[in-house]
Design a protein around this ligand. Structure first.
Ligand SMILES: C[S@@+](CC[C@H](N)C(=O)[O-])C[C@H]1O[C@@H](n2cnc3c(N)ncnc32)[C@H](O)[C@@H]1O
Length: 249
């Protein structure tokens, strides 16, 4: 059983040593979150849909979402992550699980490594927490930081989706309910894409994240999508499915 170890060098800014074949050890800084668990749960519910699919994940982190899709029979797995250590670890996990022949993980920004390519299925659990840039709980700032309104990564992702989905392609993403879903829907419509909420989960917002949450968002969403009980806070988080618009709305 692999043990978790911290990655102090990477968090301090020095480049991590690449993981050698057969030496996969997951980093604490890339441990999967509640968001990832919810995303995988929804993917499990549609497992037959991913069989034979060409898959892209933007922000592949630990690689575990791609690994789950590999287990569900995806034909190819392509991960992109801005962090060198995440690209390295994601590929190491996929190799460890026997998916080397169908896997590729590249370090790069958003759509750049996938320029000019289209995929049957695109998945993303992007950083979209409205907050200033800051590391949280041993993670790099790029894990959660979504800009003041949470849309800094979400908007370029949505803007590029139409150019990277195959004709009958679909995307499934995590989407905090306190980041405006209707704005996302409006961004997709001109690309001929529609959005539906597949499932909503209640997630805990730990104190360290609550303290960073943009005050205007906290004020507007408390009692609506953010639920506070004494010192404890929770929020609604949607798993959203995106595909071709069947009927203009
Ligand atoms: C919330 S984490 C999700 C990771 C992954 N789904 C998992 O469960 O391990 C978000 C990921 O997006 C990556 N990321 C942040 N900005 C990015 C960008 N501009 N392009 C690609 N990846 C990015 C982060 O490095 C991080 O690994």
């Amino acid at each position: 059983m692999p043990t978790l170890k911290p990655a102090p060098a990477a968090l301090a800014g020095s480049p991590p040593a690449p993981i050698q074949a057969g030496q996969y050890v997951p980093r604490v800084s890339l441990r999967p979150s509640e968001y990832t668990a919810a995303l995988i749960q929804v993917l499990h519910g549609k497992a037959a849909d991913w069989r034979g699919a060409q898959v892209l994940e933007i922000g592949s982190g630990s690689g575990v979402v791609l690994a789950a899709l590999g287990a569900m029979g995806a034909a190819s797995l392509f991960g992109v992550d801005i962090e060198v250590e995440a690209a390295d670890e994601g590929l190491a996990l996929l190799r460890e699980l026997g998916y080397a022949a169908i896997s590729r993980v590249e370090q790069g920004d958003m759509w750049l490594p996938a320029a000019g390519r289209r995929f049957d299925f695109i998945v993303a659990n992007l950083p979209h927490f409205p907050m200033p840039p800051a590391p949280v709980k041993g993670r790099l700032a790029s894990w959660s930081y979504g800009g003041g309104d949470g849309r800094e990564l979400l908007n370029p992702f949505l803007a590029g989706l139409g150019q990277h989905l195959a004709p009958r392609g679909r995307a499934i993403i995590t989407h905090n309910a306190f980041v405006d879903v209707e704005q996302s829907r409006a961004m997709l419509r001109p690309q001929g894409l529609g959005l539906r909420i597949a499932q909503t989960f209640l997630i805990n917002i730990p104190d360290v994240k609550l303290e960073l949450l943009t005050p205007a968002v906290l004020a507007a969403e408390t009692g609506r999508t953010i639920h506070r009980y004494g010192p404890h806070a929770f929020a609604d988080m949607h798993i959203v499915e995106i595909g071709a618009l069947k009927h203009p709305d």
